[in-house]
Design a protein around this ligand. Sequence first.
Ligand SMILES: [Zn+2]
Ligand SMILES: [Zn+2]
Length: 101
Amino acid sequence: MSLFGEKCVRCGARTRNVYLDKPTCPDCAAALEVALAESFEAKRACPADGSTLKKAIAHGVIIDRCEKCNGVWLDAGEMERMNAEVAEEMLRATAIGRPYA
Ligand SMILES: [Zn+2]
Ligand SMILES: [Zn+2]
């Protein structure tokens, strides 16, 4: 491990981030996670227009997104995970600047 970190195995950028025991920058790690999810999950069609849904990461959760209508579809449990994170962010945001009574 050098002072400036290792080279990302995917894009060559210097990074200290490690994914699956290999130096991988955070962007590439996220992209690899999406590719991994796509490889073992069956492709699904958008319920609204039948377009093939693409995997994406939002709030640290892998989601199915339709590029045609921008609809977002979640697996069971994904919404709960996202809600908890979003709720936490909202709580933090509303707490700032509001004096406690
Ligand atoms: Zn990279
Ligand atoms: Zn759609």
